[in-house]
Design a binder for this molecule. Structure first.
Ligand code: COA
Length: 260
């Protein structure tokens, strides 16, 4: 499928998706949301894609937010529908069944920060700035930010960021767990792709179960989470890949996983 606002390339099991509106700091207009949604649906179904890296085009921004030009004159119903479409994209990314790593290469604001938070984890360039500035626009985050930020960084820090709408530097984002690691800007993409390649060498079945166990468990109480973990451990434990992985360890060789 041809896209106008994003790029998508697949190499050795790793798909790189790039939001490509650098002149608008990769702001998410309606067309870009729709293209990302279609692209991630394709990536979910594509058996050749094992891991996804998500980034923004140009040197300045990952994604500088929802396209403010589309927010200035909405009815309440239109705004709610917009939030629904944005949330559907973020949910699709979060529940892709494959790891999605955000390479935050500059501003990740509003919808851009929400997009990064929907990813499995986040690496940032040293010059990245993250935040949810919506209150400055008379809005609140609508693409999942009020829900995913407290789950990542805790209630107090999330309240501070959402209410004040301030931007934080990459180093502070790492200190609160909003990004996992920081790299020099020029090394961010290669470092992220290295991690993606490592993940692409693992069993897709195992990764899918791990994603479900951590993600699903966080949305429920611990007892239910433990039941979920045991059942997913059961699926892994009975798999060919578990037999191969454990046998390979005992035979002191590298495993050859077959994703089943
Ligand atoms: N929506 C629409 N356009 C945006 C945008 C957004 N979220 N963020 C940036 N742009 C556009 C600017 O309007 C400008 O377009 P122009 O050249 O046609 O005037 C272009 O991208 C470059 O941005 P500019 O503001 O000139 O860059 P800067 O380096 O001075 O500032 C930011 C960078 C990120 C601080 C600033 O662009 C900004 O505050 N953006 C909005 C962030 C935001 O509130 N996001 C949440 C939206 S809900």
């Amino acid at each position: 499928m041809a896209f106008e606002n994003i790029l998508c390339a697949v190499d050795a099991g790793v798909a790189t998706v790039t939001v490509n509106r650098p002149d608008k700091l990769n702001a998410l207009n309606a067309a870009t949301i729709a293209e990302l949604d279609a692209c991630f649906a394709d990536l979910a179904a594509d058996g050749d894609v094992r891991v996804v890296v998500l980034t923004g085009a140009g040197p300045k921004a990952f994604v500088a937010g929802a396209d403010i030009g589309e927010l200035a004159d909405m009815t309440a119903a239109e705004a709610e529908a917009l939030a629904g479409r944005g949330q559907a994209l973020m949910n699709r990314i979060e529940n892709l069944g494959k790891p999605v790593i955000a390479a935050v290469n500059g501003f990740a604001l509003g919808g851009g920060c929400e997009l990064a938070m929907a990813c499995t984890f986040r690496y940032a360039g040293a010059s990245a700035r993250l935040g949810l500035p919506e209150t400055g626009l008379g809005l609140i985050p609508g693409y999942g930010g009020t829900q995913r930020l407290p789950r990542l960084v805790g209630r107090g820090r999330a309240m501070e960021m959402v209410l004040l709408g301030n931007m934080i530097e990459a180093v502070d984002a790492m200190a609160i767990g909003l990004v996992n690691k920081i790299y020099p800007d020029e090394e961010l993409m290669d470092a992220t792709l290295d991690v993606a390649k490592t993940l692409a060498g693992k069993s897709t079945l195992t990764l899918k179960m791990a994603l479900q166990a951590v993600g699903g468990g966080l949305e429920t109480d611990q007892a239910a989470g433990l039941r979920l973990e045991a059942s997913l451990f059961g699926i892994c434990g009975g798999s060919e890949d578990a037999r191969e992985g454990c046998t390979a360890f005992l035979e002191k060789r590298k495993p050859g996983f077959r994703d089943r």
